[in-house]
Design a protein around this ligand. Sequence first.
Ligand SMILES: Cc1cc2nc3c(=O)[nH]c(=O)nc-3n(C[C@H](O)[C@H](O)[C@H](O)COP(=O)(O)O)c2cc1C
Length: 345
Amino acid sequence: MSPSLFSPLAVRGVTFPNRIFVSPMCQYSAVEGVPNDWHLVHLGARSLGVGAVIAEATAVRPEGRITPGCTGIWSDAQIAPWARITEFIHGQGAVPGIQIAHAGRKAATSVPWLGGAPLTEGAWPIVAPSAIPFDEGSDTPHELSTDEIAGLVDSYAAATRRVKAAGFGFVEIHAAHGYLLNSFLSPLSNRRTDRYADGRVLLLEVIAAVRSEWSGPLFLRVSASDWVEGGWSIEDTVALATVVKEHGIDLLDCSSGGNSPLQKIVLGPGYQVAFAERVRRESGLATGAVGMITSPEQADTIIRTGQADIVLLARELLRNPNWALHAAKALRATPRTPNQYLRAF
Ligand SMILES: Cc1cc2nc3c(=O)[nH]c(=O)nc-3n(C[C@H](O)[C@H](O)[C@H](O)COP(=O)(O)O)c2cc1C
């Protein structure tokens, strides 16, 4: 029988109780990269009834933050505050995950509600494969040397050690949306002539660094397409999937865009599902579908028809943190309602 939205999924000894994942969402509310009560309440509320909760893009180094409010996992002082959150999520029967990230040339900006422009005060140097700014109003990044790249790769291993100490059940490497690893993959932002000219080289080094500290489930989020002529394409993504599958990645989370202001995204319900479907079919790697998935029937169909192995929801879960409890009812599955809320469901 083909799985459904509410079937469990086992990956490397971890059983996700269902296929609904809370997509990583920056909250821009940390101080010195340390998560706080906001993150506990935000992530905790969204752990009800879902299979897993992925904590936001979390920097492996201070200069890898998008904004001064982004969370981090570069320091041991960040372990205990994360552990408080993972304990709560485990307590609700969901699996806590974390997206480890480096913002590259899109780092050092103000939080969105203050405009999201490059910081004028308290900025830090931004880095990239090549000295190409993201956009007209962006600063020119420093081109990373091979020694600097080696240091960065080490930061991913050290961060993963802390992820483990904090009690996370799985890890997602962020290589999407124009951030550092995505900017290495895309020909629009990588003009190097050394061995990192092929952005997969760095990605595989990062995967190996993470894998040296982590035997559990390991996901990778990519931008499956730049949505730009001559940019990174879905064909490139399929080829990448076949490679990373052999290097310890268990699931490819198929997002798109974010690496070029020239992108022409065709938006609509489930607009990225076709990427997940194609990667899954042509590479044999498990995939995650994300982007404008909002109804239980839509989500269930994606799983039942084999388009993806999991669905990730972001904004719909901001609008309705109890979405998974309602979805279970709509699909005649058994909701994992907390005892405290039984009288309402
Ligand atoms: C407030 C907010 C913050 C986000 N932060 C991240 C992030 O940290 N990492 C990431 O990969 N995507 C991030 N995204 C993208 C979402 O994970 C998701 O891919 C996107 O919103 C499309 O899904 P949706 O239509 O269900 O919202 C963010 C989206 C929102 C709305």
